[in-house]
Design a protein around this ligand. Structure first.
Ligand code: PGA
Length: 323
């Protein structure tokens, strides 16, 4: 979070307000913002790399300076009081103001620096680092943090506001997000290369006696496959759940079953150029009626969170227009 306290101190204010504000430190505001956002002192302490008692003391001092309780506890959880809500809103507005200012300065100078926090779902690991390569070269002042997790965890990160942007196939509907689709993501059925070859596409029902290998629950690939199966009235015989695309590919190649995967995971762009163990995996894509399932990659960000300068530049680099 941006240190907004410097901004606060420079305003002309009534003496009493100023005296109260001068006791507030950037550390206290950071501890408050993280606790309010994460709903937990422990998690706030972890995210700020400080101890839990440090955060508790900062919150107590902040509350004394403000002259109001900022949090109340509800059983094992804490939530913002009305005064806390107001302060949270104020801190966020100040942070947005400051980001707008930074962005204008960066535009004036034609330079960008700062941090780009990007999150991507597991399957996007086959192309997102590639995208970042050229961007990082062109903007060496930008520090890039890339987090790769499955869909459920990326959704949690969006809820917590941990990243500037996220790349995913199935953005959640329950969050207010800006969403820009930028690439297709066909999902295919893979089998061992020895799987019976037919000239005509087969029906999904023809695969009902197969053992199906699925990504773990929480994976977007699994969710998309399940939605498609349900729409077709197909009930796969699920033999195994595996936590990564690579594990699925190897299990399929070992003859353990068939699976739905992103075509990108089957033919990763880089690996087809430089032969590696993964491109040697003996797999085949089955021609099945209704497949590939045509999904898309989107880049998403929270509507209520101002975009950082680096994030704006990254979107521009992806040819995504924002106002
Ligand atoms: P997954 O997610 O890589 O976790 O399967 C894909 C997605 O949700 O886009």
């Amino acid at each position: 979070m941006i240190d907004v306290s410097l901004l606060l101190w420079s305003f002309e204010m009534p003496v009493l307000t100023l005296a109260r504000l001068q006791r507030i430190t950037p550390q206290q505001l950071r501890a408050f913002e993280a606790t309010a956002r994460l709903g937990s002192v422990t998690q706030a302490a972890q995210s700020l790399y400080v101890s839990q008692p440090t955060v508790s003391v900062q919150l107590k001092e902040l509350s004394q300076s403000v002259g109001e309780n900022l949090f109340e506890s509800t059983g094992r959880h804490i939530r913002l009081t009305q005064a806390g809500e107001e302060l949270y809103q104020t801190v966020r507005e100040l942070a947005s103001c400051w980001q707008r200012f930074e962005s204008r300065i960066a535009q004036i100078n034609g330079l960008i620096s700062g941090r780009l926090r990007l999150a991507a779902v597991t399957t996007a690991e086959y192309f997102v680092p590639d995208l970042l390569g050229a961007f990082a070269q062109a903007h060496q002042g930008v520090e890039i943090e890339l987090t790769i997790e499955n869909r459920d965890r990326i959704v949690q990160r969006l809820v917590q506001g941990l990243d500037d942007l996220a790349v995913m196939m199935m953005p959640p509907h329950e969050l207010k997000l800006e969403r820009v689709v930028f690439q297709v993501n066909p999902l295919v059925i893979i089998a061992t290369a020895q799987h019976a070859k037919r000239d005509q596409p087969i029906q999904l029902a023809d695969l009902s006696s197969e053992r199906w290998l699925m990504r773990e629950s929480g994976s977007g690939t699994r969710m998309a496959a399940e939605q498609h199966f349900a729409a077709q009235g197909f009930y796969p015989n699920i033999a195994m759940n595996l936590g990564s695309n690579e594990a699925i590919k190897h299990a399929v190649a070992a003859g353990l079953g068939v699976a739905v995967l992103s075509e990108l995971a089957v033919h990763p762009p880089l690996w087809s150029k430089n032969a590696t163990q993964s491109s040697d995996v003996p797999l085949t894509i089955l021609q099945v009626e209704g497949f590939p399932i045509m999904r898309h990659w989107s880049v998403v960000w929270r509507k209520d969170k101002p975009l950082s300068v680096a994030a704006r530049y990254f979107l521009k680099y992806l040819d995504i227009e924002i106002e």
